[in-house]
Design a protein around this ligand. Structure first.
Ligand code: UD1
Ligand code: UDP
Length: 381
């Protein structure tokens, strides 16, 4: 019997980190030929992940341009996917999360009548413009997908409430599978700065910020608040690998260049990022992925957004919504930096997002869909 051709489609850094362990799990199954199509919505940041996980794509749409718009990303992905699907003839396409690549990948699969599996399905804020455009992307993918790999039970409940009741699996988030392969206590960084940071004598605050809905006034406030936090705490070293978006680069450098205890650095490779997180004091971020990773490593997170589609770690007490207002961010950072009890209450390892076996469940579910195996048991936190 010929093998099932399962094609994973991704294009940005977070999708790549979260799909990499799945591409490998699929490749390890004798019944499956694991195919990989990248849109390269991100270029350098994607290539870095491909290198860390030793993945060579079967197809590369190479669409990225500086300051790309949502329409150009979507239209270039759609056009490019036609050729990829015709050439690679997948039996199923897997997309991840909520980016423009995700939406265009799912829509293209639908146009070719190829079934779609949605990895990281069911996350919602129910605010169409926040996160923007991700909330709409993931809702549109829910309308197209055949299989839904929900990280948590709450994500499954969201889909049930929307009338989606077939093809649902609770798998855990594949990012926890990825973390298991990257973090180690004796890890050596590639740069002198990260190897020689005073992890024991100072508080290393790890920062990232990139969301489109934060462009403009919210991002100005966030960066000003970060500058204030660094300036008012001698015992802090703020490490910020700046996203390559020119909008973010410009804003971050204007507020944070020339502050002695702020380190604006290039985006980090995934393994470096995960190990830096493992050694830091706390995380301040508007990233989705960091909200999932840091709790697993026992690191408190202040989320630089007004809402989150990841309420599980907030409920567990390791993540707090700081919002995007200057005063709120400074006040909440001050509390975590100055009040040992407040810090201790948040600095505990919790695993609401997975047990490291999400990819195994997803591969099992794909085989089950094609009548080639047992239905996997759901993940319970
Ligand atoms: C995208 C996703 C967002 C995800 C984020 C992860 C959409 C609409 N947005 O947002 O959901 O959270 O990725 O990081 O899908 N750039 C480079 N090199 C790179 C990557 C980006 O130069 O390797 C620059 C380019 O100028 C590019 C810009 O960053 O035009 C923005 O990239 P884009 O993918 O459009 O948006 P992100 O903010 O990265
Ligand atoms: N990440 C990384 N290097 C960096 C910043 C982030 O490898 O310099 C990783 C991070 O650990 C997480 C993922 O990228 O796995 C999150 O990506 P991002 O914040 O860009 O997107 P989001 O998760 O918000 O969609």
């Amino acid at each position: 019997m010929s093998k099932l051709r399962i094609m994973s489609v991704f294009g940005t850094r977070p999708e790549a980190i979260k799909m990499a362990p799945l591409v490998k799990e699929l490749a390890a199954r004798p019944e499956i030929e694991s195919l990989c199509c990248v849109t390269a919505q991100h270029r350098e940041m994607l290539d870095s992940v491909l290198e860390v996980f030793s993945i060579t794509p079967d197809w590369d749409l190479n669409i990225m341009t500086p300051r790309q718009t949502l329409s150009t990303i979507t239209s270039k992905c759609l056009t490019g996917m036609d050729e990829a699907i015709d050439a690679l003839r997948p039996d199923m396409i897997l997309v991840h999360g909520d980016t423009s690549t995700t939406f265009a990948g799912a829509l293209s699969a639908f146009y070719h009548k190829v079934p779609v599996g949605h990895v990281e399905a069911g996350l919602r804020t129910y605010d169409k413009y926040s996160p923007y455009p991700e909330e709409m992307n993931r809702k549109l993918v829910s309308a197209i997908a055949d299989l839904f790999f929900c990280p948590t039970e709450a994500n499954r409940q969201n889909l049930l409430r929307e009338g989606i009741s077939e093809g649902l699996f609770v798998t855990g988030n594949t990012v926890i599978d990825a973390l298991k392969t990257t973090v180690s206590k004796d890890y050596r960084f590639t740069t002198k700065l990260l190897n020689e940071l005073p992890y024991d004598s100072k508080k290393i605050v790890l920062v990232t910020c990139h969301r489109r809905e934060n462009y403009g006034a919210p991002m100005e406030d966030i960066m000003a608040a970060l500058a204030q936090v660094a300036r008012t705490h001698d015992d802090v070293e703020l490490v910020y690998p700046v996203h390559l978006s020119p909008v973010v680069q410009e804003c971050a450098r204007r507020h944070l260049d020339r502050i002695a205890n702020v380190h604006l650095i290039e985006p980090l490779a995934a393994d470096e990022m995960h190990n830096l997180m493992d050694r830091c004091y706390m995380v301040m971020t508007d990233s989705g992925g960091l909200q999932e990773e840091a709790p697993a490593l026992g690191k408190p997170v202040l989320v630089l957004r007004r809402e989150t589609e990841r309420p599980e770690a907030v409920a567990a007490g390791t993540v707090k919504l700081a919002g995007v207002a200057y005063d709120d961010i400074v006040r909440m950072a001050d509390e975590l930096l100055e009040d040992p009890a407040a810090y201790a209450a948040m600095a505990k390892a919790v695993n609401p997002y997975g047990d490291g076996f999400a990819c195994r469940r997803i591969a099992d579910a794909v085989l089950w869909h094609f009548g080639l195996g047992e239905k996997p048991e759901d993940f319970h936190s």
